[in-house]
Design a protein around this ligand. Structure first.
Ligand code: ADP
Length: 464
């Protein structure tokens, strides 16, 4: 950074100085040239006046000012006098540009190569009243010489300035970077902030970001600790849940092996083994599903799912189970425009973008609970309610209900309100937890409410 500041400062000042020098030299050149032009005119006028008052004899004792050359030419171009060259040797000047122009316009100023002296020359010619022409000239190189004369000290000055600029740029770069190096990033402070007021907002931002970083780290640690607790609880719960049916299977099968059980009791004990094995299978299935849901290991493509038809098929599947306790299942729907639909309106579609198997698991779990925790001759109503951007799936039952203090916990893994009843009806304690994951996967939420008139009302809302 210091290098960059140094480079930029140095290059900028160098360019500035070079530009300034060029402008100075340019205007010097301009003024030198116009001074020379002015000097030629003045001298021409003086000489003209002298010729008028003194006459030709003026040139006898004449000496031109240093650097200038005076030529007097007759109206027909003959050179009458020249201050530097013997006029008798000079050819006719009538065709010289400045002479021709002066004859025409009264005066003329021309810069050209001198035929006589072979150098670039500035001429000023003036037509006198008697028809003769006075011409004053000066080597044009004089201007260049003057320019060259100032270039040398300018270059010297430039070099001195370069050294000064180098030192200043170096100092500036270090002075800018030094306070930044003095910032304590941990505390967002500076040892001495005096003279560096502009840094204060930066310090404030560093402090704000430090607070944010601290908060984030704390939250991450908390999250990590929570996950760790969760994992530990989950593992402990799984071991416990698996052990119970296994112990029962192992105990009963041992009794069968040892012949302790009377032949007529064998079917009952075998049924017990079968029931526990069934529990183990559904438990293992649920554990696998929930682990995959939690690890978001289900790269399943979403598709258009007709959730009303899906609810009807779940109802048909669970009807046998429900009929055992004479529980009646119904499916109804409501379109976004308020139209009510019944089980017979199989041509009407209520679709969502989702994963068919997951949504099926969700409705099965909700209905399964509504049957399991229901009373004899009870009712389970499944309603699919369409909203603009969401779909509401409501499963209501006339069962035992869930107390207010348990409502917040039923979606946790392995949570059961009444452990023995849950086991009795074949629950794994994972059903609602799976429902919650599926709903979240579909960008929604699930809630438990009391059903008016007793029982439970489960409301899942997912994105369409
Ligand atoms: P389970 O496999 O034990 O049914 P869930 O996760 O599905 O586990 O449900 C958690 C607990 O919530 C259940 O053990 C039960 O106590 C309670 N519960 C769930 N659904 C209902 C319902 N419809 N009516 C009454 N209680 C319910």
């Amino acid at each position: 950074m210091a290098k960059r500041i140094f480079r930029n400062t140095f290059i900028t000042s160098l360019c500035g100085i070079i530009l300034a020098s060029l402008i100075v030299m340019g205007s010097f050149y301009d003024s030198a040239e116009s001074q020379m032009r002015q000097a030629l005119r003045t001298e021409a006028n003086l000489v003209a006046q002298a010729i008028v008052s003194v006459g030709e004899s003026y040139f006898d004792k004449f000496s031109s000012s240093e650097g200038t050359r005076i030529t007097w030419i007759s109206a027909d171009g003959k050179v009458l006098y020249d201050s530097q060259v013997d006029e008798t040797t000079m050819d006719n000047h009538i065709s010289r540009e400045e002479i021709a122009l002066a004859l025409k316009n009264g005066q003329a100023e021309v810069v050209r190569q001198s035929d006589t002296l072979s150098e670039k020359t500035m001429y000023y010619a003036k037509l006198l009243d008697d028809g003769t022409i006075i011409r004053v000239s000066c080597g044009y190189d004089t201007v260049m010489d003057m320019l060259i004369a100032i270039v040398q000290p300018m270059i010297l000055l430039l070099l001195v300035l370069c050294v000064i600029m180098y030192a200043v740029a170096n100092y500036t770069a270090k002075a800018v970077v030094a306070p930044l190096n003095g910032i304590d990033l941990e505390s967002g402070t500076m040892a001495d902030v005096r003279g560096f007021e502009e840094i204060k907002p930066l310090l404030a931002r560093i402090r704000r970001q430090n607070v944010m970083i601290d908060t984030n780290i704390r939250e991450l640690k908390l999250e990590h600790a929570k996950r760790e607790d969760f994992r530990r609880d989950f593992t402990a719960n799984i071991s416990h849940e698996l052990k119970t049916p296994l112990t029962s299977i192992s105990g009963v099968s041992e009794m069968l092996m040892n012949g302790i059980i009377r032949t007529e009791d064998v079917p009952e004990f075998a049924a017990n083994i079968n029931k526990e094995a069934g529990r183990l299978i559904s438990l293992v299935n649920d554990i696998i599903l929930i682990s995959r849901l939690e690890a978001e290991d289900l790269y399943t493509q979403k598709e258009q799912v007709d959730i009303f038809k899906l609810a009807l098929s779940v109802k048909n599947r669970l009807e046998v189970l429900a009929s055992k306790r004479n529980i009646k299942l119904t499916v109804t729907g409501r379109l976004v425009d308020g139209t009510e639909i019944s089980e017979n309106d199989s041509d009407i579609e209520l679709t969502v973008m989702g994963v068919y198997n997951m949504l099926e698991d969700m409705i099965v779990n909700l209905c399964d609970n509504a049957i399991k925790y229901n009373v004899e001759n009870g009712k389970v109503d499944i309603s699919i309610i369409e909203h603009n951007k969401q779909m509401e799936i409501v499963v209501e039952d006339t069962g035992i209900g869930i107390s207010d203090e348990d409502k917040g916990s039923v979606f946790e893994r392995f949570y059961r309100v009444d452990k023995s009843r849950s086991k009795e009806v074949g629950g794994t304690g994972l059903g609602l937890s799976i429902v919650k994951h599926i709903v979240m996967y579909h960008g929604g939420s699930v809630n438990v409410e009391d059903r008016v008139g007793g029982g439970t009302r489960m409301v899942a809302i997912i994105n369409k």
